[in-house]
Design a protein around this ligand. Structure first.
Ligand code: GUN
Length: 293
């Protein structure tokens, strides 16, 4: 069994980005600038946004955090998005999800300028991704594809099962893996809550991407010997073992699944850090105006 070290690969990508930033600055370019909008005080979202901001500092980006309380109105949030769309200094920005229930998430995402949508959630970027046109690919699936590439894991012709059809991970992941590209060409099955006999699919899979958000869902008897398992789950569960009082649990029952795998990602330290590396990559593309000149 080989552990896929997302933290290490993420740091390598961040070093490459930091070099590019230095290069840009030496040519008189301004610092790439990422803004993040955080609504409320959800513990998970706070942690993710703090990691994104910290990573920006590390690679030499400028970052701005805009906070709104849980009770912010939809109109006020849309106003913030409009301001960021117009702000010439901001290259790209994200609105951290989930948003409170009284806010129409889709409306907010669609109000972001596609050229600044470094999360790749806008329908224009999703559509361009499907059509193989230049776009921002959403950070988590993009990070997973890069991980598979870095570890030279063959996807072409392989049976790949994606569990979970979220707009953020499962759905774009299934599309990327099926594309006629170097890190695609897999035969993809997208499984979800209505899938019958899930095990009959997963036990056939060469690669399983588990992205349903249910702690320790994937058990050893659902995985074939030698499979590659990518765990996207990051559920916070209470724990007496950590200072913070919680720990992150993946969607895979790691201890029993890992011995059967050729490769597996841990949680934490697998997919999570790659999401951040991809977001930084997209922001650099935005600063260089490579996708939307
Ligand atoms: N919530 C969970 N993952 C993400 C992400 O990649 N981007 C944003 N904006 N919100 C998220």
């Amino acid at each position: 069994m080989n552990l896929i070290d997302g933290k290490k690969i993420s740091l390598e990508i961040q070093e490459e980005i930091a070099k590019e930033v230095k290069d840009l600055l030496s040519k008189g370019h301004k610092k790439p600038h990422l803004a993040a909008v955080l609504v409320g005080n959800d513990g998970g979202s706070e942690t993710y946004v703090a990691s994104k901001i910290k990573a920006c500092e590390k690679v030499g980006f400028k970052s701005t955090l805009i906070r709104h309380p849980e009770y912010v109105t939809e109109e006020k949030l849309l106003q913030t998005v409009r301001q960021l769309n117009e702000d010439k200094d901001v290259d790209g920005f994200i609105v951290q999800l989930p948003l409170p229930r009284h806010i129409n998430e889709q409306k907010v995402l669609e109000s972001i300028l596609p050229s600044k949508d470094v999360d790749g959630f806008h329908p224009i970027n999703v559509g361009r991704m499907v059509l193989n046109l230049p776009c921002y690919v959403s950070a988590t699936p993009y990070g997973i594809v890069q991980l598979l590439g870095k570890y030279k894991i063959e996807t072409s012709g392989k049976r790949c099962v994606v569990i979970g059809r979220s707009h953020i991970v499962g759905s774009p992941m299934s599309i990327l893996l099926a594309k006629n590209t170097a890190l695609g060409n897999a035969t993809v099955t997208l499984c979800h809550s209505k899938t019958e006999d899930l095990k009959s699919h997963t036990t056939q899979a060469d690669i399983i991407i588990c992205a349903l958000g249910s702690p320790e869902f994937l058990k050893a008897d659902m995985v074939k010997e030698g499979a590659v398992v990518i765990d996207v789950g990051t559920t916070r569960v209470a724990s007496t073992e950590t200072k913070s009082g919680f720990k992150l649990k993946g969607d895979v029952k790691f201890d029993e699944v890992a011995p059967k795998c050729s490769y597996i990602t841990p949680v934490p330290g697998g997919v999570g850090p790659m999401t951040i590396a991809s977001l930084l990559k997209n922001t650099l593309l935005a600063a260089k105006k490579e996708i939307y000149p």
